[in-house]
Design a protein around this ligand. Structure first.
Ligand code: 5CA
Ligand code: ZN
Length: 412
């Protein structure tokens, strides 16, 4: 699949800082340790009901990872998938009478347009589940060779405990793993399974469902193996960061990592498992199943500046859960107006400290609110001094403009 066009990323003076990032498996903020090439896989959308503010917040959070690494001189290799065939997508198509391929194409295109409007840097590889079926088949065969697969009425299951470290990413007690697995697409109660947590690798063909030929008969891929196969097809393990929303820590990332570790015979699959908090509306997680969605495209169509949407997202630390509100958007619009007025001033207070502060905040587990506050202080100072004493730097406005564009993806 093609991704979307890249916005300009100005080069900043000096050098960026090494990124420290929260890792769910250890519960710690730890330094990332990429080589010349930094690798990241972020779970992409299942293309229906895109792009809501929860999606947008998650992709903007991982966009900051890419921007901090670029600023620190790394070549960033970012891979993202599109789950363009899976139960929820097929169920939605059935419900609305849409063709599932057209639904997926339409929503993926809308997502690209929203990501472009939000100045999210594109992944280097943007890969659909359907186009990666050969890679999935290959990884299932590797798992078979490792003795980690069994057949149940034509469906293939992964023995999760064939990875001795299974459970060490989300660190949930067994009982909770089973409950969450059931909530998030799993089938712990299916009779005949060797273990309730074993997960589907390949579903044999069902009447009315799309299916593809494979050495295991006609069928389609399971969800978790889709992401591990796509990631390992493009990135060497261990990858530096596996990212997504916190709803993916279990079962998706736990099971994907177990599959990858058994298939490659190496540990770890990822050095960091990093998760963005959930965006809510009126206290409830914004989700397709609840239908309580605020869409990026609707706000854009109503004339909202996408830069203000991005600022409204960045005003919250990526790790916490938070509520999308109209007041939050209004505050972001006011902040944007203030920053734009300040960078347009003919002279302003020097901004080297702003660059250093934004770099330091973002390198510290992507503290975007701290970075915004640093620019707020400079913008306020510029307004108060308005070209008077202490505000004689004619280049400060353009430096702040570059800092905001390069590190925060905020176009002033
Ligand atoms: N296709 C799979 C991942 S392989 C999937 O989870 N798709 S999704 O469309 O449901 O979600 C896309 C991304 O948005 C995931 O990283 C998910 O964790 C994140 N996400 C979904 N809802 C929210 C929310 N309310 N707040 C923050 N992130 C969210
Ligand atoms: Zn995924």
């Amino acid at each position: 699949m093609h991704a979307w066009p890249s916005p300009d990323v100005p080069t900043l003076p000096g050098q960026g800082l090494p990124l420290r990032l929260h890792d769910t498996s250890t519960g710690e903020v730890r330094p990332t340790s990429p080589g010349a090439e930094a690798t990241i896989y972020v779970c992409g959308i299942t293309p229906y009901d895109a792009t809501h503010m929860g999606h947008a917040a998650t992709y903007v959070a991982f966009d900051l990872v890419q921007r901090v690494w670029l600023d620190a001189g790394h070549d960033v290799h970012y891979v993202q998938n599109v789950t363009d065939v899976d139960d929820p997508l097929l169920a939605r198509a059935l419900e609305t009478g849409d063709d599932w391929v057209e639904l997926g194409d339409r929503e993926t295109q809308l997502f690209r347009e929203d990501m472009t409007a939000l100045d999210v840097l594109p992944p280097r590889h943007y890969i659909g589940a359907v186009e990666s079926i050969p890679a999935v088949v290959d990884y299932i065969q590797k798992l078979q060779t490792a003795g980690a697969v069994y057949d149940l009425e034509g469906d293939l299951y992964f023995r999760v405990h064939s990875d001795e470290r299974f459970g060490s990413i989300a660190n949930l007690p067994e009982e909770q793993m089973v409950a969450v697995f059931a909530e998030r697409g799993g089938d712990p109660d299916r009779p005949g399974k060797e273990h309730p947590l074993d997960c589907l690798l390949w579903l044999r063909e069902r009447p009315g469902d799309p299916s593809w030929d494979s050495p295991f008969g006609r069928g389609r891929p399971g969800w978790h193996i889709e992401c591990s196969a796509i990631a390992l097809d493009h990135l060497a393990s261990p990858i530096d960061v596996q990212g997504g929303g916190s709803d993916l820590a279990f079962p998706h990332h736990e099971m994907g990592a177990a599959e990858a570790q058994v298939a490659t015979g190496s540990w770890p699959y990822a050095r960091h498992y990093t998760h963005a908090g959930m965006v809510r509306l009126d206290g409830e997680k914004m989700s397709k199943s609840r239908g309580n969605l605020v869409f990026v495209s609707r706000l854009r169509a109503a004339g909202t500046d996408p830069v203000a949407i991005r600022l409204a997202l960045l005003a919250h630390h990526y790790r916490g859960d938070w509520d999308w509100t109209d007041a939050g958007l209004a505050a972001a619009e006011a902040r944007l107006a203030s920053w734009r007025a300040s960078v347009a001033a003919p002279a302003a207070p020097p901004a080297d400290g702003v660059l250093a502060a934004v770099r330091a905040h973002l390198a510290d587990d992507l503290d975007a609110p701290g970075a915004l506050a640093a620019i707020d202080r400079w913008a306020e100072d510029t307004r108060l001094r308005s070209g008077g004493p202490g505000a004689e730097d004619a280049a400060a406005g353009s430096l702040v403009r570059d800092v905001a564009a390069a590190l925060l993806g905020v176009r002033l």
